[in-house]
Design a binder for this molecule. Structure first.
Ligand SMILES: Cc1cc2nc3c(=O)[nH]c(=O)nc-3n(C[C@H](O)[C@H](O)[C@H](O)COP(=O)(O)OP(=O)(O)OC[C@H]3O[C@@H](n4cnc5c(N)ncnc54)[C@H](O)[C@@H]3O)c2cc1C
Length: 410
């Protein structure tokens, strides 16, 4: 077994590490200051657009794209495999508020672009996929509803009803990532076209709703542990009140929504996990710097056994997670997302909770500074913690993984 990165990955890693040092990390403070001076906190700081232009110029653009067979996609992306992209996503996780957007590799656009490439027709691709690929607009994915337990997609109550040459949409969604950003021009909405259909997995469909459609209201920004998550365009509550779009906005066929949702989430999960590992690496680095530079009770924090234990355990955990995530990426490339089902669920369960724990230790080591705005740890912790819910709660993945495991003994 060869654990080395291949030549293409190494080349891109070096390029990306240099891009992070030269452009992204220095822009973190600038972006913060620029945002504070913007008329609306949801607008994009100028430095973000500069980062995007530079990343594109350097060929660090749309690195995430794989096709519907999990194969490298040179038409839409950089033509990388999941295994090649994974260590690059990890590097972007060190600056999760800027780097994924700079490279046009940020959720939820990545999953939405994949849906459009895989299931959209030529007109939908021209109108929405092309500007998304060019980083000109952003997008949102609207499935979760405040009124129903949305981890079970069959509960979704939003109605998509055919009326002549249109569909009419009624429903309320929340935690719709990216929707507060005015650049978010298109929503992929999940709802029921056939609520009484016999097959519960064929009741849902997905439909494209442009932001400016009458009846669509971005009602408010939901908070995440008190943060509004400006960099990711927030997480909005969105109301659809008799929203009318042409039938041509349906993605794929009526009843195909559940299947599209399943296809959409596999690659997205591995991207989140790799970025989380990058966040954990940043936490370890901050922990070590703090531990050697601060003294309590007559010796540096680094000489306290408990601190050494935290650092050692964090290193062990990160190495284990990375191996599992890379194995998952390799399986997705070689046997497809279905064949990697158990591993995708395993990383989705293991990574957020372990990284939350590492970030928590890093916060603790920083004392009051750890929960403050002067270090990135508190916000990283909040972001990582939400990934135990977003894209499905831990318990749903545990249930599904355990069922698969048990099936062999029934
Ligand atoms: C920051 C953030 C961003 C998000 N972005 C988006 C987005 O862009 N688009 C979107 O549509 N949604 C988004 N979501 C919503 C997210 O996907 C849902 O919160 C998630 O799927 C859970 O649905 P729910 O909140 O309705 O929880 P519920 O379905 O009500 O579940 C609540 C809890 O019940 C337990 N539970 C549920 N099922 C089981 C089970 N089978 N076994 C055991 N326990 C169970 C779990 O502990 C679960 O956390 C986001 C959420 C957050 C926090």
């Amino acid at each position: 077994m060869d654990f080395a990165f291949d030549a293409r990955t190494e080349e891109l890693r070096h390029k990306l590490l240099a891009f992070m040092d030269e452009y992204v990390h220095p822009a973190e403070q600038t972006a913060h200051e620029q945002r504070a001076a913007l008329a609306s906190p949801w607008d994009t700081p100028a430095v973000v657009e500069e980062l995007k232009a530079e990343a594109r110029r350097q060929g660090l653009w749309n690195l995430f794209f794989v096709d519907q067979h999990s194969l490298p996609d040179e038409e839409h992306g950089a033509g990388l495999t999941n295994l090649q992209y994974a260590p690059l996503a990890e590097i972007t996780g060190r600056s999760p508020q800027l780097a994924p957007t700079a490279l046009n590799c940020a959720a939820p656009d990545t999953g939405n672009m994949e849906v459009l490439a895989q299931f959209g027709d030529a007109a939908q691709q021209k109108q929405w996929l092309q500007p998304l690929l060019a980083g000109e607009i952003r997008s949102a994915f609207a499935m979760t509803e405040p009124e129903v337990a949305s981890s079970d997609a069959t509960n979704i109550e939003t109605r998509i009803e055919r009326d002549g040459d249109d569909y009419v949409i009624n429903g309320r969604k929340w935690y719709i990532s990216g929707a507060m950003n005015p650049l978010c021009q298109i929503f992929i909405v999940m709802g029921k076209t056939d609520p009484d259909g016999a097959d519960i997995r064929r009741q849902q469909s997905m439909i494209l709703v442009p932001r400016d459609t009458p009846g669509l209201t971005v009602a408010r920004a939901m908070q995440v542990y008190g943060y509004e998550d400006h960099y990711h365009g927030g997480h909005a509550e969105v109301v659809f009140d008799n929203v009318r779009v042409p039938v041509g906005n349906l993605i794929g066929e009526e009843g195909g929504g559940f299947g599209i949702a399943q296809a959409r989430l596999g690659p997205g999960r591995i991207h989140h996990c790799m970025r989380l590992i990058g966040m954990a690496e940043r936490a370890i680095e901050l922990m070590c710097r703090r531990a050697v530079s601060r003294t309590a009770f007559g010796k540096p924090l680094a000489q306290q056994g408990v601190v050494q234990e935290w650092i050692a355990d964090a290193r062990v955990a990160v190495e284990q997670l990375r191996l599992l995530v890379l194995k998952t990426a390799w399986l997705m490339d070689t046997v497809g997302n279905k064949g990697a089902h158990t591993e995708i669920q395993a990383i989705k369960i293991a990574t957020p909770r372990t990284v939350v724990d590492i970030l928590d230790k890093a916060v603790q080591l920083h004392g009051a500074g750890g929960v403050s705005q002067d270090f990135p740890l508190a916000e990283l912790w909040a972001g990582a913690r939400t990934l135990r819910l977003a894209d499905g709660p831990d318990e749903v993945h545990q249930r599904s993984l355990a069922r698969r495991e048990l099936k062999r003994y029934l």
